[in-house]
Ligand binder design. Sequence first.
Ligand code: NAD
Length: 356
Amino acid sequence: MNFNLAVVAGDGIGPEVMAQNILVLNEVGKKFGHTFKYTEVKGGGCAIDEFGEPLPQHTIDVCKASDSVLLGAVGGWQWDTLPGNMRPERALLGLRGALGLFANLRPATLHDALKDACPLKPELVKDGVDIMVVRELTGGMYFGEKGRKQTDMGEAAFDVEQYSVKEVDRIARVAFDIAMKRSKHVTNVDKQNVLESSRLWRSVVLEVAKDYPEVTLDHLYVDNASMQLIMRPTTFDVIVTGNIFGDILSDEASQMTGSIGMLPSASLGEGSLGMYEPVHGSAPDIAGKDIANPIATILSGAMMLKYSFGLLDEAKVIEDAVTKVLNDGYRTGDIMSEGMKQVGCKEMGKLVIERL
Ligand code: NAD
Protein backbone atom coordinates (compact mmCIF):
# COMPACT_ATOMS: atom_id res chain seq x y z
CA MET A 1 0.00 0.00 0.00
CA ASN A 2 1.09 3.62 -0.54
CA PHE A 3 0.55 6.30 2.09
CA ASN A 4 0.98 10.07 1.89
CA LEU A 5 1.99 11.45 5.25
CA ALA A 6 2.21 15.08 6.33
CA VAL A 7 5.11 15.64 8.72
CA VAL A 8 5.07 18.54 11.15
CA ALA A 9 8.38 17.98 12.94
CA GLY A 10 8.12 21.32 14.80
CA ASP A 11 10.66 22.71 17.24
CA GLY A 12 13.31 21.67 19.76
CA ILE A 13 13.71 17.89 19.85
CA GLY A 14 10.73 17.49 17.45
CA PRO A 15 12.87 17.11 14.30
CA GLU A 16 15.36 14.78 16.08
CA VAL A 17 12.77 12.29 17.30
CA MET A 18 10.76 12.55 14.07
CA ALA A 19 13.84 11.59 12.03
CA GLN A 20 14.03 8.28 13.92
CA ASN A 21 10.29 7.70 13.52
CA ILE A 22 10.62 8.08 9.75
CA LEU A 23 13.60 5.71 9.58
CA VAL A 24 11.62 3.09 11.52
CA LEU A 25 8.53 3.49 9.33
CA ASN A 26 10.65 3.20 6.17
CA GLU A 27 12.15 -0.05 7.41
CA VAL A 28 8.73 -1.45 8.32
CA GLY A 29 7.51 -0.37 4.87
CA LYS A 30 10.36 -2.28 3.23
CA LYS A 31 9.59 -5.43 5.20
CA PHE A 32 5.84 -5.39 4.53
CA GLY A 33 5.76 -3.85 1.05
CA HIS A 34 4.36 -0.39 1.91
CA THR A 35 5.59 2.98 0.68
CA PHE A 36 5.41 6.08 2.86
CA LYS A 37 5.74 9.42 1.07
CA TYR A 38 6.42 12.32 3.44
CA THR A 39 5.56 15.97 2.89
CA GLU A 40 7.29 18.13 5.48
CA VAL A 41 5.42 21.25 6.53
CA LYS A 42 6.04 23.90 9.17
CA GLY A 43 4.03 24.33 12.34
CA GLY A 44 4.83 25.95 15.70
CA GLY A 45 7.77 28.24 16.41
CA CYS A 46 9.64 27.46 13.20
CA ALA A 47 6.54 28.52 11.21
CA ILE A 48 6.37 31.78 13.19
CA ASP A 49 9.99 32.49 12.25
CA GLU A 50 9.49 31.69 8.58
CA PHE A 51 5.90 32.78 7.88
CA GLY A 52 4.95 35.00 10.83
CA GLU A 53 2.23 32.60 12.11
CA PRO A 54 2.24 29.26 13.98
CA LEU A 55 -0.08 27.44 11.59
CA PRO A 56 0.10 28.62 7.96
CA GLN A 57 -2.83 27.74 5.69
CA HIS A 58 -0.42 25.73 3.50
CA THR A 59 0.31 23.43 6.46
CA ILE A 60 -3.40 22.89 7.08
CA ASP A 61 -4.01 22.16 3.38
CA VAL A 62 -1.18 19.61 3.17
CA CYS A 63 -2.33 17.89 6.38
CA LYS A 64 -5.96 17.74 5.17
CA ALA A 65 -4.88 16.22 1.86
CA SER A 66 -2.69 13.56 3.51
CA ASP A 67 -3.58 10.06 4.70
CA SER A 68 -2.35 10.95 8.18
CA VAL A 69 -0.27 13.48 10.08
CA LEU A 70 2.89 12.88 12.11
CA LEU A 71 3.73 15.61 14.59
CA GLY A 72 6.94 16.08 16.61
CA ALA A 73 6.59 18.84 19.19
CA VAL A 74 6.22 22.59 19.16
CA GLY A 75 7.31 25.45 21.40
CA GLY A 76 10.37 27.02 22.95
CA TRP A 77 11.53 29.94 25.06
CA GLN A 78 12.12 32.14 21.97
CA TRP A 79 8.37 32.41 21.45
CA ASP A 80 7.23 32.51 25.11
CA THR A 81 6.51 36.24 25.16
CA LEU A 82 4.22 36.23 22.10
CA PRO A 83 0.46 36.79 22.66
CA GLY A 84 -1.69 33.65 23.13
CA ASN A 85 -3.05 33.37 19.60
CA MET A 86 0.45 33.70 18.13
CA ARG A 87 2.16 31.10 20.30
CA PRO A 88 3.56 27.88 18.80
CA GLU A 89 1.03 25.73 20.72
CA ARG A 90 -1.77 27.30 18.63
CA ALA A 91 -0.58 25.03 15.83
CA LEU A 92 -1.74 21.97 17.82
CA LEU A 93 -5.21 23.29 18.64
CA GLY A 94 -5.55 24.72 15.14
CA LEU A 95 -4.68 21.42 13.48
CA ARG A 96 -7.01 19.42 15.75
CA GLY A 97 -9.83 21.80 14.88
CA ALA A 98 -9.08 21.98 11.14
CA LEU A 99 -8.84 18.19 10.87
CA GLY A 100 -11.96 17.56 12.98
CA LEU A 101 -10.08 15.41 15.50
CA PHE A 102 -12.36 14.75 18.47
CA ALA A 103 -10.88 11.64 20.09
CA ASN A 104 -7.59 11.66 21.96
CA LEU A 105 -6.01 8.26 22.61
CA ARG A 106 -3.40 8.13 25.34
CA PRO A 107 -2.05 4.68 26.08
CA ALA A 108 -0.26 4.14 29.39
CA THR A 109 1.82 1.00 29.08
CA LEU A 110 4.36 -0.03 31.67
CA HIS A 111 7.14 -2.03 30.03
CA ASP A 112 8.44 -4.89 32.19
CA ALA A 113 11.98 -3.59 31.78
CA LEU A 114 10.99 -0.19 33.20
CA LYS A 115 8.99 -1.43 36.20
CA ASP A 116 11.51 0.17 38.57
CA ALA A 117 10.65 3.59 37.14
CA CYS A 118 6.98 3.21 38.14
CA PRO A 119 6.24 5.19 41.31
CA LEU A 120 3.67 2.61 42.51
CA LYS A 121 4.53 -0.34 44.77
CA PRO A 122 5.76 -3.36 42.72
CA GLU A 123 2.88 -5.58 43.92
CA LEU A 124 0.35 -3.14 42.46
CA VAL A 125 1.81 -3.34 38.94
CA LYS A 126 3.19 -6.87 38.85
CA ASP A 127 0.52 -7.98 36.36
CA GLY A 128 1.47 -5.16 33.96
CA VAL A 129 -0.21 -1.85 33.22
CA ASP A 130 -1.81 -1.45 29.80
CA ILE A 131 -4.47 1.26 29.83
CA MET A 132 -5.91 3.21 26.92
CA VAL A 133 -7.50 6.50 27.92
CA VAL A 134 -9.95 7.71 25.26
CA ARG A 135 -10.59 11.39 25.94
CA GLU A 136 -13.16 13.55 24.17
CA LEU A 137 -11.17 16.43 22.75
CA THR A 138 -13.42 19.12 21.32
CA GLY A 139 -16.33 19.51 23.78
CA GLY A 140 -17.04 20.05 27.46
CA MET A 141 -16.14 23.13 29.44
CA TYR A 142 -12.89 23.81 27.55
CA PHE A 143 -15.01 24.74 24.54
CA GLY A 144 -18.38 25.64 26.15
CA GLU A 145 -19.75 29.11 26.69
CA LYS A 146 -17.51 31.11 29.03
CA GLY A 147 -17.61 34.55 30.51
CA ARG A 148 -17.80 36.83 33.51
CA LYS A 149 -20.77 38.34 35.31
CA GLN A 150 -21.64 40.30 38.42
CA THR A 151 -23.27 38.36 41.26
CA ASP A 152 -24.25 39.00 44.92
CA MET A 153 -20.77 37.66 45.75
CA GLY A 154 -19.02 40.07 43.38
CA GLU A 155 -17.50 39.28 39.99
CA ALA A 156 -17.88 35.65 38.90
CA ALA A 157 -16.62 33.61 35.98
CA PHE A 158 -18.13 30.55 34.29
CA ASP A 159 -17.20 27.82 31.80
CA VAL A 160 -20.15 25.72 30.67
CA GLU A 161 -19.84 21.91 30.57
CA GLN A 162 -22.04 20.82 27.66
CA TYR A 163 -22.19 17.59 25.64
CA SER A 164 -24.56 16.64 22.85
CA VAL A 165 -25.81 13.13 22.11
CA LYS A 166 -23.82 13.09 18.87
CA GLU A 167 -20.59 14.11 20.58
CA VAL A 168 -20.91 11.36 23.19
CA ASP A 169 -22.07 8.77 20.68
CA ARG A 170 -19.02 9.19 18.44
CA ILE A 171 -16.43 9.16 21.26
CA ALA A 172 -18.12 6.13 22.85
CA ARG A 173 -17.94 4.28 19.52
CA VAL A 174 -14.22 5.04 19.25
CA ALA A 175 -13.72 3.59 22.73
CA PHE A 176 -15.78 0.45 22.09
CA ASP A 177 -14.10 -0.14 18.71
CA ILE A 178 -10.69 0.05 20.38
CA ALA A 179 -11.81 -2.23 23.19
CA MET A 180 -12.84 -4.82 20.60
CA LYS A 181 -9.18 -4.90 19.46
CA ARG A 182 -7.93 -5.15 23.05
CA SER A 183 -9.37 -6.90 26.13
CA LYS A 184 -13.02 -5.96 25.42
CA HIS A 185 -13.49 -3.94 28.60
CA VAL A 186 -14.61 -0.30 28.73
CA THR A 187 -14.74 1.79 31.89
CA ASN A 188 -16.88 4.89 31.48
CA VAL A 189 -15.88 7.77 33.75
CA ASP A 190 -18.34 10.56 34.51
CA LYS A 191 -19.95 12.40 37.44
CA GLN A 192 -23.56 11.56 36.84
CA ASN A 193 -24.49 11.78 40.53
CA VAL A 194 -24.00 15.56 40.28
CA LEU A 195 -23.80 16.75 36.66
CA GLU A 196 -26.69 16.81 34.19
CA SER A 197 -24.17 16.68 31.32
CA SER A 198 -22.81 13.44 32.83
CA ARG A 199 -26.33 11.97 33.05
CA LEU A 200 -26.76 12.50 29.31
CA TRP A 201 -23.21 11.22 28.75
CA ARG A 202 -23.89 7.97 30.62
CA SER A 203 -27.25 7.34 28.95
CA VAL A 204 -25.62 7.63 25.51
CA VAL A 205 -22.72 5.35 26.49
CA LEU A 206 -25.27 2.76 27.68
CA GLU A 207 -27.10 3.05 24.36
CA VAL A 208 -23.89 2.62 22.31
CA ALA A 209 -22.91 -0.37 24.45
CA LYS A 210 -25.91 -2.29 23.07
CA ASP A 211 -24.07 -2.43 19.71
CA TYR A 212 -21.07 -4.08 21.38
CA PRO A 213 -22.46 -7.06 23.31
CA GLU A 214 -18.99 -8.63 23.61
CA VAL A 215 -17.61 -5.66 25.52
CA THR A 216 -17.89 -5.49 29.30
CA LEU A 217 -18.90 -2.00 30.41
CA ASP A 218 -18.57 -0.54 33.86
CA HIS A 219 -18.86 2.99 35.24
CA LEU A 220 -16.90 5.04 37.75
CA TYR A 221 -17.39 8.54 39.08
CA VAL A 222 -14.33 10.57 38.24
CA ASP A 223 -13.24 11.03 41.87
CA ASN A 224 -13.40 7.28 42.44
CA ALA A 225 -11.67 6.62 39.10
CA SER A 226 -8.68 8.68 40.17
CA MET A 227 -8.36 6.48 43.29
CA GLN A 228 -8.96 3.16 41.54
CA LEU A 229 -6.28 3.96 38.94
CA ILE A 230 -3.70 4.03 41.71
CA MET A 231 -5.15 1.13 43.72
CA ARG A 232 -5.78 -1.38 40.91
CA PRO A 233 -4.14 -0.09 37.71
CA THR A 234 -3.78 -3.54 36.18
CA THR A 235 -7.56 -4.07 36.01
CA PHE A 236 -8.25 -1.30 33.47
CA ASP A 237 -8.40 -1.75 29.71
CA VAL A 238 -10.10 1.19 27.92
CA ILE A 239 -11.27 4.28 29.81
CA VAL A 240 -13.67 6.61 28.02
CA THR A 241 -14.35 10.05 29.40
CA GLY A 242 -14.97 13.73 28.66
CA ASN A 243 -12.46 16.44 27.93
CA ILE A 244 -11.59 17.77 31.38
CA PHE A 245 -11.77 14.41 33.21
CA GLY A 246 -9.66 12.83 30.45
CA ASP A 247 -7.10 15.60 30.61
CA ILE A 248 -6.50 14.86 34.28
CA LEU A 249 -6.83 11.04 34.27
CA SER A 250 -4.58 10.56 31.23
CA ASP A 251 -1.79 12.45 32.97
CA GLU A 252 -2.34 10.40 36.13
CA ALA A 253 -2.22 7.13 34.18
CA SER A 254 0.87 8.23 32.25
CA GLN A 255 2.87 8.62 35.45
CA MET A 256 2.79 4.86 35.93
CA THR A 257 4.97 4.36 32.86
CA GLY A 258 8.11 5.98 34.20
CA SER A 259 9.00 8.66 31.65
CA ILE A 260 7.31 11.17 29.41
CA GLY A 261 9.78 10.10 26.71
CA MET A 262 7.91 6.77 26.38
CA LEU A 263 4.38 8.05 25.79
CA PRO A 264 2.74 8.22 22.36
CA SER A 265 -0.68 9.66 21.56
CA ALA A 266 -3.19 9.81 18.75
CA SER A 267 -5.99 12.20 17.83
CA LEU A 268 -8.71 10.76 15.64
CA GLY A 269 -11.72 12.10 13.76
CA GLU A 270 -14.57 10.55 11.78
CA GLY A 271 -12.40 9.19 8.96
CA SER A 272 -9.08 7.38 8.94
CA LEU A 273 -6.96 10.55 9.03
CA GLY A 274 -5.41 11.03 12.44
CA MET A 275 -2.64 13.04 14.05
CA TYR A 276 0.06 11.08 15.87
CA GLU A 277 2.51 12.65 18.27
CA PRO A 278 4.50 12.04 21.44
CA VAL A 279 2.94 13.35 24.64
CA HIS A 280 6.10 15.29 25.54
CA GLY A 281 6.92 18.83 24.41
CA SER A 282 9.86 20.23 22.50
CA ALA A 283 12.28 19.85 25.46
CA PRO A 284 14.41 22.89 24.57
CA ASP A 285 16.77 22.02 27.43
CA ILE A 286 18.06 18.95 25.57
CA ALA A 287 17.43 19.94 21.94
CA GLY A 288 20.29 19.50 19.45
CA LYS A 289 22.28 17.22 21.76
CA ASP A 290 21.19 13.87 20.34
CA ILE A 291 20.05 12.69 23.78
CA ALA A 292 16.22 12.84 23.43
CA ASN A 293 14.29 9.60 23.77
CA PRO A 294 12.67 8.88 20.36
CA ILE A 295 10.53 5.96 21.65
CA ALA A 296 7.35 8.01 22.28
CA THR A 297 7.45 9.27 18.69
CA ILE A 298 8.32 5.85 17.26
CA LEU A 299 5.38 4.34 19.17
CA SER A 300 3.11 7.09 17.84
CA GLY A 301 4.12 5.90 14.35
CA ALA A 302 3.00 2.41 15.39
CA MET A 303 -0.33 3.87 16.57
CA MET A 304 -0.81 5.44 13.15
CA LEU A 305 -0.29 2.09 11.44
CA LYS A 306 -2.84 0.51 13.80
CA TYR A 307 -5.56 3.13 14.09
CA SER A 308 -5.44 4.96 10.73
CA PHE A 309 -4.39 2.15 8.41
CA GLY A 310 -5.44 -1.03 10.24
CA LEU A 311 -1.91 -2.47 9.86
CA LEU A 312 -1.92 -4.40 13.12
CA ASP A 313 1.02 -6.73 12.38
CA GLU A 314 3.22 -3.85 11.26
CA ALA A 315 2.37 -1.88 14.43
CA LYS A 316 3.13 -4.90 16.61
CA VAL A 317 6.53 -5.35 14.97
CA ILE A 318 7.47 -1.82 16.08
CA GLU A 319 6.07 -2.28 19.60
CA ASP A 320 7.92 -5.59 19.98
CA ALA A 321 11.18 -4.06 18.71
CA VAL A 322 10.92 -1.32 21.35
CA THR A 323 10.28 -3.93 24.05
CA LYS A 324 13.33 -5.92 22.88
CA VAL A 325 15.60 -2.86 22.96
CA LEU A 326 14.51 -2.17 26.55
CA ASN A 327 14.89 -5.82 27.54
CA ASP A 328 18.40 -5.75 26.06
CA GLY A 329 19.26 -3.00 28.53
CA TYR A 330 19.51 0.06 26.27
CA ARG A 331 18.29 3.36 27.71
CA THR A 332 18.26 7.04 26.80
CA GLY A 333 19.15 9.45 29.61
CA ASP A 334 15.55 10.01 30.76
CA ILE A 335 14.98 6.31 31.52
CA MET A 336 18.57 5.44 32.50
CA SER A 337 19.14 3.29 35.59
CA GLU A 338 22.11 1.53 37.13
CA GLY A 339 23.67 -1.27 35.10
CA MET A 340 21.96 -0.26 31.82
CA LYS A 341 23.66 0.94 28.63
CA GLN A 342 23.07 4.64 27.89
CA VAL A 343 22.57 5.60 24.24
CA GLY A 344 21.57 8.73 22.33
CA CYS A 345 18.56 9.48 20.15
CA LYS A 346 20.03 8.25 16.83
CA GLU A 347 21.52 5.14 18.41
CA MET A 348 18.17 4.29 20.03
CA GLY A 349 16.48 4.59 16.63
CA LYS A 350 19.12 2.32 15.08
CA LEU A 351 18.71 -0.29 17.85
CA VAL A 352 14.93 -0.37 17.29
CA ILE A 353 15.41 -0.79 13.53
CA GLU A 354 17.85 -3.69 14.09
CA ARG A 355 15.13 -5.48 16.09
CA LEU A 356 12.19 -4.95 13.72
P1 NAD B 1 8.66 19.02 27.80
O1 NAD B 1 7.83 17.81 27.65
O2 NAD B 1 9.20 19.60 26.55
O3 NAD B 1 9.89 18.72 28.78
C1 NAD B 1 9.71 18.36 30.15
C2 NAD B 1 10.97 17.63 30.65
O4 NAD B 1 11.00 16.32 30.06
C3 NAD B 1 12.27 18.29 30.22
O5 NAD B 1 13.23 18.13 31.25
C4 NAD B 1 12.70 17.54 29.00
O6 NAD B 1 14.10 17.53 28.79
C5 NAD B 1 12.18 16.14 29.29
N1 NAD B 1 11.80 15.44 28.06
C6 NAD B 1 10.70 15.67 27.29
N2 NAD B 1 10.69 14.85 26.24
C7 NAD B 1 11.79 14.09 26.34
C8 NAD B 1 12.32 13.04 25.53
N3 NAD B 1 11.75 12.62 24.40
N4 NAD B 1 13.49 12.47 25.92
C9 NAD B 1 14.10 12.86 27.05
N5 NAD B 1 13.62 13.82 27.86
C10 NAD B 1 12.49 14.44 27.50
O7 NAD B 1 7.77 20.09 28.58
P2 NAD B 1 8.10 21.62 28.94
O8 NAD B 1 9.55 21.77 29.28
O9 NAD B 1 7.09 22.01 29.90
O10 NAD B 1 7.82 22.42 27.60
C11 NAD B 1 8.81 22.77 26.63
C12 NAD B 1 8.11 23.41 25.44
O11 NAD B 1 7.28 22.42 24.79
C13 NAD B 1 7.17 24.54 25.82
O12 NAD B 1 7.29 25.57 24.85
C14 NAD B 1 5.80 23.91 25.82
O13 NAD B 1 4.79 24.84 25.56
C15 NAD B 1 5.95 22.94 24.68
N6 NAD B 1 5.03 21.76 24.73
C16 NAD B 1 4.64 21.27 23.55
C17 NAD B 1 3.85 20.13 23.51
C18 NAD B 1 3.51 19.55 22.17
O14 NAD B 1 4.09 19.95 21.16
N7 NAD B 1 2.59 18.61 22.11
C19 NAD B 1 3.47 19.50 24.70
C20 NAD B 1 3.92 20.01 25.90
C21 NAD B 1 4.72 21.16 25.91
